[in-house]
Structures are given as structure tokens and as C-alpha cells.
Write a protein that binds this ligand. Sequence first.
Ligand code: UD1
Ligand code: CA
Length: 468
Amino acid sequence: MPRSVVILAAGQGKRMNSDLPKVLQPLAGRPLLEHVIDTARALKPDGLYVVYGHGGSQVQHALHADDIDWVLQDKQLGTGHALMQALPVIPDDHTVLVLYGDVPLIRRETLERLCSGADAGRLEILTVELANPEGYGRIVREQGEVRAIVEHRDANPAERSIKEINTGLMAASAKMLRAWLLDVGSHNAQREYYLTDVVGIAVKSGYKVDGVKVADESEVVGVNDKVQLAQVEAHYRRRRAEELMLAGATIVDPTRIDIRGEVVVGRDVYLDVNTVLEGHVQLGDNVTVGPNCVISDSNIGAHTKVFAHSVIDHAIVGDHCRIGPFARLRPQAVLQSDVHIGNFVEVKNATVGAHSKANHLAYLGDAQVGANVNVGAGSITCNYDGQNKWPTIIDDDVFVGSGSMIVAPVRISRGSTIGAGSTITQTTPEDKLTLERARQTTADKWQRPHKMSEEERSSIIREKTKKV
Ligand code: UD1
Ligand code: CA
């Protein structure tokens, strides 16, 4: 049957104590609502509706998706009222799946179960057993059959002792939901139109209601405050870590890794503690990542070792490379095979050819570096004149001595050797030693400073710091 998904997201989220609307609070770096929308999309629905209220334009702006129909619920008169806002535009023959914008970890498989039950002509409600059901709507059953949902505030002591609760997620035919909602009133403790009341109404009219119990509680935890937000983040982290481990990665401590995007791992990847993986990350076979690394939107080739405290962002790293410790690869860094980028080396918008090395304290920016190049400690490309960025070309087999300033735009030709401490501003000839350096001198009369009195020191400072 055709499907429409309606995501209820009009609630205010007072308990967040935040200027950001609740459904925009970040889980793994993305808005809560975006997680729900992504799961909904995976069901390939024919219609996707988000009922919004508080922070409306901000929410729409943050999610900028053109497959969503936004439905305004002007006043938050309850979950039943919220669904009613979307129903007029949904055709009778659709199965409607109701999701909450603040229940982000629901699995697609669970939703498929609800939808197929609804396709078969039942009202499907998703439930869960909780040790502490305080605050939730309780599932009232007779001889195992669901009879009603009673909200905590409206429940009597016997009903309050029920541990099976309503998660809020449900599915049924649009036609039936429309009919049932007409009968829902607001004579309850909160003076709201409760969506949950459709259960009792359906039962009375002899319609089959099916309570599907979800086994993994984490799927249905809602986020109402920052404590629950952190709990959901922990569930999410654990889930993603398990996925990577099942795909063959060794994760030293699954509670100390953050996976905030689409991560693909090869075989025998090794991830040490406090690694953060963000966006689209691909790690080839046998990649090892040391402690405290941050890798965002990057590809790392097979057998490459990333050592502790390295930061890699929008970079492509070839196979058999050695990165770090304390290396920084910035956007558009492209390293070919067997490249070594060592401590305190920064690479930005630069390609580095096979077997090339910059092992200590260097900056390669807007550069094209060939193969078999060695960039000595403390050497940098001076790519910025204060107004414009300029490129540097370093051809194959170049040796750049330590402490060299390569002032772009400039080319270091194949086989050049640059003497340490040089400032290079012009194309160098191939296969020659080029250096730019004052002649070494020795001052015969010079003596080391003596320890001065305070008066002597002050008078020197006064004299030397006079305004001109
Ligand atoms: C609801 C259920 C309760 C269930 C609980 C699970 C009802 C009457 N109660 O209670 O049985 O155990 O969820 O968490 O449905 N919303 C709107 N417009 C409104 C009111 C709510 O869009 O007018 C949205 C909220 O943004 C939220 C969802 O609906 O995403 C649930 O609303 P909330 O007020 O949190 O419902 P609960 O009282 O927790
Ligand atoms: Ca709630």
C-alpha cells in the first residue's frame, strides 16, 4: 500500500532550557529531526510530512529538504490534533506511519513491521516494557489484547502499575485514523486531543489493534532534556561502534569512540581510544588509527598508519602512508602511496607524490609536490602575500634543506637540492644545489653578556625603547 510518514515535531521542548528548538538539538552532530527523517526516507514513503510549530522557519531552514511537506500546527493542542493537521492532504488508501521528531534511534526494520501490520488492516502501536514507566501512557490489555492507552496523568493506581508503555509510534490506514480522530475529545487531565485515544475508539468499533513490543529499549527513548540527549548519544555511539566491529574493525574501547557519519572500514582496521570519525570516512584494509585522532570526510588507503593526535579533514591519503603523531591534513590534501607526514606538519590543498616525506614542523599549502621529495624540518611554502594565495611546484627528487622559505609562486625543479636556511623566490635549476644565505662570519671581539644591576638594566631599557 502507498505510505505516508507523519513526523510530529511541534512540541516546544521546554525542558531543554535552550534557544535551539528541541528537534534541532544535535545527535552525533546532526539535528535530532534529521535522524528521524533519514529513517523515514529509508522506507521510501510516498509522502513525508513534518508537523511543526515552535521555531518553525529555523527548523525548515536547518533541514533544507525538498522531499518534505511542512505542516504548521499553530497551537499545540495535543498529539491527536497534530496528526489531524496533516491528514487532510493524505489520500484515504495510504498507510500512515506516525513518528516523533524527538525519538531518533528508531530502526527501519521496526517501522517496516508496523507498516506491514497496518497494510494488513490493523492499528499497529509500538510498545516497550520499562522498569520505570513513570510519565508514559500505559498499555491496557485484556486476555493479551490491547484495549486502550491511558496517559499517566489520567491513570488509576492499577493502571499505573502496568510496565508496558506507549512509545507513541503507530501505523494505520489514513481513512480509519481520520474517522477515529473525529471522535477524540479533550476531556482529560491536560485538556489535549490525545492521539492515543484512537486505540480505545478502534477497539470499541471492533477494529483489530496490535501492540508490537520492541525488544531494544534504546530504539524508542525520547529526548526531553539534555540528560536524555547524552543518553541517546551514548546509545548511538555504541550502535555505530558495533556496526564497525561487525564489519571487521578492532575498536580498543567501544565507549571511547565517536562515529558521527557514514564510516566504511576494510578488514582489520584498528581504532585506538578517543577517535572521532565524522562525515563520510573510508578506512582501507589494515589501517591503524592511534589515540585522539579526528578524521572527517576523508579516505585513508590500505596499510596506512595514523599516529596519535592527528587531525585529517577532507583529505585523501594513499596506501602505506605514515601520518603523525600531531599531523594536520586540511581540505584538499592528497597524498599518494608511502608518503610520510610527521609531527607538526600541516598540509593544505596540496598533492604529495609517492615516497615523499615531510617529517617535522613543515607547511605545504597550495603546493604540488612530486615523488621522492624530502622536505626538511621547519621548511614552509610561503603561499600568501597578505592578499593573494600563490602556488608552489616542487618536482620529483627534490631535497629541501631544513628551515627553508619557499616563496610562491615558484618552482623547485627536478633533482634540486635547497641548502638549509634558504629563502627561495625564483625557479631553481635541475639537479643543482641552490642556496640563499649570508656568508658565515665570526665576531672575534664579542663577549658573552654579564649579569647587570637593576639600575643598569632599566637605563638600557629606557634608552632602547624611546619613541622615534
Ligand atoms: C506521548 C503519548 C504517550 C507516550 C509518550 C511517549 C499522547 C497523548 N501521549 O506523551 O502515551 O507514552 O508520548 O514518549 O500521545 N507534539 C506535537 N503537537 C502537540 C503535542 C505534541 O507535534 O500538540 C509532538 C511533540 O513535538 C513530540 C510528540 O508529539 O514529538 C510527543 O509529544 P509529547 O508532548 O512529548 O507527548 P507525551 O506527553 O510525552
Ligand atoms: Ca515526550
